[in-house]
Design a protein around this ligand. Structure first.
Ligand code: KG4
Ligand code: ZN
Length: 339
């Protein structure tokens, strides 16, 4: 590879955000995201509505990312797009768009695994402050809770997964039960700041090995609300902050127990987070304490690169392009794309 600059257009459309980004090598020039508010009133993502919204968003989002980047489409070296995992209808919009644009510009396309991208987002704009291999990658989002041994950019081994709900899903489902809008994670984070995390206790699931589980917590939470509402109709309103802080503590305790177990077992002291739930401020505070106690080095992407975004797809595109790992037009979306 010559040392000529590489310009990557990244496209992400795996779930309910349509995003496009332009990178010059590992530096982000622009990162545009169109959030789909349509799902709010349904309390979760409706796949059919998501793909329709991607269709109307994709061209304006790409145009705006190109305009803001200060470069022209003709200068783009390759187009990176999310191949999966995600919703089939949503993935098709991004991948077909990437392929058509690639054909018309006569440049290569590069398929990207969304879960690898959440981890590799930690290499965006980092200069000399990059995480060193090996490390424990922890992806925590609305669709996934995954623990990964990362030995090199593309040498990743899954150590564990959620057996049922993802941590973000647990935040969202518990939030819904107390009347919060989707996605409830950020709202629970905010409301908890004025609450007592030790006011209510919920059992911690006991799952052996690297896997984790969240569905039992959700059931325990529903029963807890039901029992207390029977005694006091206003229980939720009167205790909202304490309820949020207590359930948040339980969800984070469950995660940190598993992180501690795997970091010890694999002898890793570098821990890298990715995915929407990394934005949680209580988790960050707990990690400050835990990293001092356990001698961990913690990495998190900048806030705008933790939730679904195309810059993380672009960085993977850049890393693959540098190794000449290109895709061809036969590559189809994979809703259950593993690595
Ligand atoms: O990575 P992401 O944007 O999309 C998926 O791939 O799922 O993650 C979205 C998830 C949602 O479940 C949302 O409630 C959660 O991340 N989330 C948070 C916070 N911000 C986003 N959960 C807890 N605290 C937050 N501050
Ligand atoms: Zn994601």
């Amino acid at each position: 590879m010559s040392n000529k600059d590489i310009y990557i257009l990244g496209i992400e459309s795996s779930c309910d955000d349509t995003s496009a980004a332009v990178l010059k090598n590992d530096i982000v020039l622009s990162n545009k995201i169109a959030n789909q508010t349509i799902h709010k009133k349904y309390g979760g993502v409706v796949p059919e509505l998501a793909s329709r919204a991607h269709l109307s968003n994709i061209i304006p989002v790409v145009e705006s990312a190109i305009n803001e980047s200060g470069i022209t489409l003709n200068e783009i070296s390759a187009i990176a797009y999310t191949r999966g995992p995600g919703l089939m209808g949503s993935l098709i919009v991004g991948s077909e768009f990437a392929k058509s644009l690639g054909i018309s510009l006569e440049i290569p396309i590069i398929e990207v695994n969304h879960m690898q991208a959440h981890i590799l987002a930690n290499f965006i704009d980092k200069g000399n402050n990059k995480p060193n291999f090996p490390f424990l990658g922890v992806t925590i989002s609305g669709g996934h809770t995954q623990f990964i041994l990362v030995e090199d950019y593309f040498k990743m081994e899954i150590l564990g997964n959620t057996l049922d709900d993802a941590i973000g899903e647990a935040f969202d489902k518990c939030g819904k039960k107390i009347g919060l809008n989707y996605p409830a994670g950020p709202e629970i984070d905010k409301l908890s700041k004025m609450g007592d995390e030790n006011k209510f206790n919920f059992p911690l699931p006991r799952v052996k090995g690297g896997n984790i589980s969240y569905s039992g917590t959700k059931t325990a939470f529903i029963n807890f609300l039901h029992n207390n509402m029977e005694k006091n109709q206003n229980f939720i309103n009167e205790n909202l902050h304490d309820i949020c802080a207590s359930i948040q503590k339980n969800l984070v305790d469950n995660l940190l127990n598993k992180v501690k177990y795997l970091a010890t077992k694999k002898n890793l002291n570098s821990i890298i987070f990715g995915g929407g739930v990394s934005a949680n401020s209580y988790l960050k505070n707990r990690l400050d304490v835990e990293s001092r106690e356990n001698n961990w080095e913690i990495f998190m992407p900048e806030l705008q690169y933790t939730t679904d975004n195309a810059a993380m797809i672009g960085i993977v595109g850049y890393l693959k392009y540098s190794k000449s790992e290109l895709s061809d037009l036969k590559s189809t979306p994979l809703p259950r794309y593993s690595f």
